[in-house]
Design a protein around this ligand. Structure first.
Ligand SMILES: [Zn+2]
Length: 198
């Protein structure tokens, strides 16, 4: 089956792009850093010589938290949590993928995402079962769901030249350097040996 990877331009989806060599899709769903994600994903896909597509669908009215530039919902497990975000994104990707003949949606969730329910293997099992129940027999897979971001980077053996394009900011289209997304990226790259400290 042909795979379609949700490529945000972050470390994990970039590693999966390198490992799995799927077609790639970036969704601008109205998140504040959308332009940064699209630019990073385009650069990553170009560097890896992979197909890349962009779908723009404004879901900003459904958002809350940092990515929507508003206060987090009271249920939010972290400031950047957007209610049902991964469900929304996989659904948009699946609807786009079905008439184009893809068989599987890949997502870059890793072990460190399990602090929210839509970053767990249980969630993706349920979502995949729901897709398979419907027309088209699509599946969703999270190949790195049991793996730390660092282990995933090591497995993909990503080079500095590629990692330099990655982007994880939650607050702006140009990396702010001081949000949970930027801080996590910097920490993983440091542990990977690619961040010079003063
Ligand atoms: Zn940031």
């Amino acid at each position: 089956v042909d795979d379609l990877l949700l490529l945000s331009g972050g470390l994990e989806s970039t590693a999966l792009a390198a490992l799995e060599r799927p077609s790639c899709l970036t969704i601008d769903y109205g998140q504040v850093p959308a332009d940064g994600e699209v630019a990073a994903a385009q650069a990553v896909a170009h560097a890896l010589d992979l197909d890349h597509h962009v779908v723009r669908v404004d879901l900003s009215l459904t958002g809350s938290g940092t990515l929507a530039s508003s206060a987090p919902a009271s249920e939010a497990p972290s400031e950047e949590w957007w209610p049902f975000r991964n469900q929304l994104l996989v659904t948009v990707a699946a609807a786009w993928a079905l008439p184009r003949g893809y068989g599987r949606i890949l997502v870059g969730s890793a072990a460190g995402d399990a602090f929210h329910q839509d970053g767990t293997s249980g969630f993706y099992d349920l979502l995949s079962a729901l897709l398979k129940y419907q027309e088209g027999d699509l599946q969703v897979a999270a190949p790195a769901i049991e793996e730390s971001s660092l282990a995933l980077l090591r497995r993909a053996a990503l080079k500095r030249e590629l990692l330099g394009w990655t982007f994880s900011c939650h607050r702006a289209a140009v990396a702010c350097g001081d949000c949970p997304g930027c801080n996590k990226r910097r920490g993983v790259l440091h542990d990977y040996g690619l961040w010079a400290t003063a």
